[in-house]
Design a protein around this ligand. Structure first.
Ligand code: HEC
Length: 160
């Protein structure tokens, strides 16, 4: 190989290398349904209320405890509510039951049910796949208390 030939060979090798890199960049592996669900749960705020200590710890809570419900009460004119243990609730539901539940439920504040209702079926199915993959864990959250009943534990109060 003379000098010119070896330059050409080097250039060709670089081009092949570049196109392999480009191909790899163009075809990232698509996230699984459960992975997408994990992402949605994370960015749509479900953990903020449904995972104990999530906000207080800047989101640094082990996934094992995600969505296990919380004993922090939300108190206002509606009484005192506790974010549901979704790991237990959803484990007992079929995918179709979950879709129907989200489309029809109207829980008390501060659950933003109008946001979950606006999610499309694919997003809700992805969340379902993720929560089912995590499996059931934890105990049910404390029961709802009607207005005027005092709560045993800490509460966030919405004072009019
Ligand atoms: C601001 C706090 C907050 C956020 C954010 C939040 N929730 Fe809730 N959620 C609650 C509370 C509190 C309840 C219980 C309301 C009640 O007792 O009426 C609840 C109830 C629910 C229920 C009804 C459970 C049942 O028994 O029928 C579902 C389902 C639910 N949340 C799913 C979600 C999902 C999914 C997300 C994220 C997209 C989310 N929530 C975000 C606070 C929150």
């Amino acid at each position: 190989m003379n000098f010119k030939q070896s330059l050409l060979a080097a250039a060709a090798a670089t081009l092949v290398g570049a196109s392999i890199t480009a191909m790899a960049a163009e075809t990232p592996s698509a996230p699984t349904q459960a992975e997408r669900g994990r992402y949605l749960v994370r960015v749509s705020g479900c953990n903020d209320c449904h995972t104990p200590g999530y906000v207080q710890n800047n989101g640094q809570v082990d996934e094992k405890a995600w969505l296990t419900g919380d004993a922090l009460g939300w108190q206002g004119p509606w009484g005192t509510t506790y974010a549901t243990n979704l790991r237990v609730l959803m484990n007992d539901m079929s995918e179709q039951q979950w879709l129907t539940h989200v489309r029809t439920m109207q829980p008390r504040p501060p659950m933003p049910w109008f946001n979950t209702r606006a999610m499309n079926d694919d997003d809700l199915k992805a969340i379902y796949a993720f929560v089912k993959k995590l499996g059931p864990a934890g105990a049910p959250a404390p029961a709802y208390l009607p207005p005027g009943k005092s709560a045993a534990g800490p509460v966030v109060r919405f004072v009019p």
